[in-house]
Design a binder for this molecule. Structure first.
Ligand code: NAD
Ligand code: UD1
Length: 339
């Protein structure tokens, strides 16, 4: 049987796009997801794009027995671990739920991998581990600091993975620190479908554009940035997905662990993103300036040198393309996967 890549959280936003890119690259894919933050319709959409090239197992990654049966059934050679909860505000009010789910699933998965003799993992980390960065662009060597429970779950998992590599060199781990993933597959068939009111900027903009929300609140216009609004490193989700293939290839060929930023290296302000969206889609976006959002930093963008030198990877799509693809997805699916 052809070796497989197991994708936890593969029905989610980044996981589903990565599944498509992997299948396009000839990988055989097994998705495990408990669907706590995704729709089963994603699987139909994946079939539409890729045919029946993948298997789906509905299970919780904290369920060791379910993982054992996946490893017994399929010749898994590597794992990409996306499964996790990701809402910062929710993590502040429900920290135990975040520790249980995000840290608990990672422990359970690593134990099951160990039992199955599979020790190659790509882990979804986040630029949130840099806290309030002392300088931008941020390199991987920057100081790490968790400023909320979600960020702490990512730091704990990263530390756990580092301890594991130190204890047993057979582990090959790629820790990928994502900056701000946006956009969608160019077909408009899969995309980002947040439940409830979006926390993040791009889905909020597309929901205003499609008429689901009245206006965008721009959180703060007095940051020390060129136009006063917050600056971030938005990265097209298809570029991010390609980064996972590059990481898997690195682990297979170099057999060495790595921690890398996945971003474009360019800072874009909230105002610039809104203006670009309006220009490329022709849709008006009503907005109001409001107070800063608690916990937000002024500017956060990546030093991407390491990704280029070690993985040979760099982002290709610009901000206009991110807006176009995000809008195509939203306009074809006004209510996400419920459409
Ligand atoms: P998402 O919520 O769309 O996808 C996560 C998927 O994991 C969902 O389908 C959910 O149902 C599943 N899941 C959660 N807990 C599970 C469990 N215990 N067992 C099985 N399935 C479970 O999120 P996403 O945006 O695709 O993010 C994927 C990963 O990337 C997460 O770990 C997230 O923290 C990380 N990340 C995301 C961003 C971002 O902006 N989207 C930025 C940095 C890092
Ligand atoms: C948020 C998370 C971060 C996570 C990242 C990517 C918080 C505090 N941080 O960061 O942990 O890694 O998403 O998923 O939630 N903005 C508005 N109006 C809105 C929404 C956002 O003006 O309605 C602004 C924000 O102030 C910020 C920028 O847009 O300047 C981007 O916000 P967002 O998409 O939430 O990402 P981050 O703040 O980078």
């Amino acid at each position: 049987m052809t070796p497989c890549t197991l994708i936890t959280g593969g029905a989610g936003y980044i996981g589903s796009h990565t599944a498509v890119i992997l299948m396009d690259a000839g990988y055989r894919v097994i998705i495990i997801d408990n669907l706590c933050n995704s729709s089963p319709r994603v699987l139909d959409r994946l079939r539409q794009l890729c045919g029946d090239q993948f298997e789906f197992v509905q299970a919780d990654v904290r369920d060791g027995a379910a993982l054992d049966s996946v490893f017994a059934q399929y010749p898994v050679e590597s794992v990409i671990h996306f499964a996790g909860l990701k809402a910062v505000g929710e993590s502040v009010t429900q920290p135990l739920r975040y520790f249980d789910n995000n840290v608990g699933s990672t422990v359970s998965l690593l134990q099951a991998m160990d039992r199955a003799d599979v020790r190659r993992m790509v882990f979804s980390s986040s630029a949130t581990v840099y806290g309030d960065p002392q300088q931008v662009p941020i390199s991987e060597a920057a100081h790490l600091k968790a400023t909320n429970p979600y960020a702490r779950t990512k730091l704990i998992c990263e530390d756990m993975l580092r301890d594991l590599q130190d204890a047993d060199p057979r582990w090959q781990v790629a820790i990928l620190r994502y900056f701000n993933p946006v956009g969608a597959h160019p077909s408009g068939i899969i995309g980002e479908a947040p439940s409830g009111i979006p926390n993040n900027l791009m889905p909020y903009i597309t929901q205003v554009a499609v008429g689901q929300r009245d206006y965008l609140s721009i959180f703060g216009n007095d940051y020390p940035t060129p136009d006063g609004t917050g600056v971030r490193d938005y990265i097209h989700v298809m570029d991010l997905a390609r980064g996972h293939v590059a990481a898997l290839e690195h682990l297979t060929k170099q057999q060495s662990s790595i921690t890398v930023n996945l971003g474009t290296g360019h800072g874009v302000s909230v105002q610039q993103l809104v203006d670009t969206f309006v220009r490329v889609t022709g849709r008006p976006i009503a907005y109001r300036q409001t107070a800063r959002r608690q916990g937000d930093v002024a500017a956060c963008y990546a030093d991407t040198t390491l990704a280029l030198t070690t993985l040979g990877w760099q982002a290709e799509h610009d901000i206009a393309r991110m807006c176009e693809d995000a809008w195509r997805w939203q306009s074809m699916n006004p209510t996400g996967y419920a459409s």
